[in-house]
Design a protein around this ligand. Structure first.
Ligand SMILES: [Mn+2]
Length: 329
């Protein structure tokens, strides 16, 4: 597994911190459609001894999710992004099928350990859902579950061959919060079963999955995460490492060492399945001295998360070495 990090704000200080803790891949948020912008960012990151490993977040997608006028032009833009990534050697494109806003919570500053701040979702408090993206709440007409699946198949048929050709691995992120309906809009890509359906729509290594543990851990129906990691293993192109407390209509984010999931069992499952893809800590608590301007995306919690992940990763590789020694004796 290759430790990756989104850094916010993406300044030289934070890039230096990432390099110092052993991050290999930096994640770029949507860089726009100019190849030059992505190229310049790649060079900047290389100056810190790291590579840009993925692009994710804020990628325009609502027209093709809902089959609105301009859908094909928006898919063409997505294809331009894939081509630019291929040209710059950026291997993973993480996108989602979230049908209105990006991820959403109803409270962005709930007190957790030692007064750190985490986000919370409580469906009884929506639709007044604040977001970190500034998107206006969608007023578009609602798209049914089956229509969304049709639109997804149409989209994948257009983009997957391009991604294959460009050497870019598409990774579908689950819909967060993973509730089947929010503000009247049905949502798909919630349960891992739906990811099995998605990867079968177009059979290609380029049509893969971002295994966001935190989203799956907050599904209403309890999910056996290590079992699903093994089952989806051939399709996992990217991993978000995160945890929560609670499920379904009400949950809050948790420190990586303090949630409801057996994180060592999950990490072991990646290693045992031979998965070797970029993995990044997802949302982390906001810590003392941080403004909470970017809930879930401040640096100090991420530094802690990366240290915790490296500990788990070293335990997993040591155990695998140990087992192969024993087999060879
Ligand atoms: Mn995620």
């Amino acid at each position: 597994m290759k430790i990756s990090l989104l850094v916010t704000p993406c300044d030289d200080h934070n890039l230096a911190l990432a390099a110092q803790i052993g991050v290999e891949h930096i994640v770029s948020v949507y860089p726009g459609l100019e190849r030059k912008t992505l190229e310049t960012f790649c060079k900047r990151v290389e100056g810190f001894g790291m590579k840009v490993g993925a692009v994710e977040r804020l990628i325009p997608r609502l027209k093709f999710i809902h089959n609105e006028p301009g859908r094909d032009a928006q898919i063409d833009d997505f294809i331009t992004l894939i081509r630019n990534m291929g040209d710059c050697g950026v291997p993973v494109l993480c996108y989602s099928w979230m049908p209105d806003d990006d991820w959403q919570r109803t409270d962005l500053c709930v007190q957790d350990r030692g007064g750190s701040l985490v986000t919370e979702f409580d469906i009884t408090r929506s639709p007044n859902v604040p977001t970190d993206t500034g998107y206006a709440r969608s007023t578009r007409s609602r798209t049914s579950v089956e229509q969304q699946w049709e639109n997804l198949e149409y989209f994948l048929n257009r983009v997957v061959p391009v991604a294959e050709d460009a050497g870019v691995k598409l990774s579908m992120h689950p819909t967060d919060p993973p509730v089947p309906v929010l503000c009247g809009q049905p949502r798909i890509m919630i349960h891992p079963e739906e990811f099995l359906r998605q990867v079968k729509l177009v059979d290609s290594p380029a049509n893969g999955v971002c295994f966001c543990q935190g989203t799956f851990a907050s599904c209403e129906q309890e999910i056996d995460l290590p079992a699903w990691i093994r089952r989806l293993a051939p399709h996992i192109n990217y991993v978000h490492f995160r945890d929560v407390v609670g499920r379904g209509n009400k949950f809050r984010e948790a420190w990586h060492d303090n949630g409801q999931t057996d994180m060592l069992a999950c990490m072991s499952a990646y290693y045992d399945a031979g998965i070797d893809v970029p993995i990044r800590p997802d949302h982390a608590p906001t810590m003392a001295g941080e403004s909470n301007e970017y809930p879930g995306y401040h640096m100090q919690g991420r530094l802690f998360a990366v240290g915790y992940m490296r500990g788990l990763m070293q335990a997993c590789s040591a155990r695998r070495l140990d087992e192969s020694d024993r087999r060879n004796q």
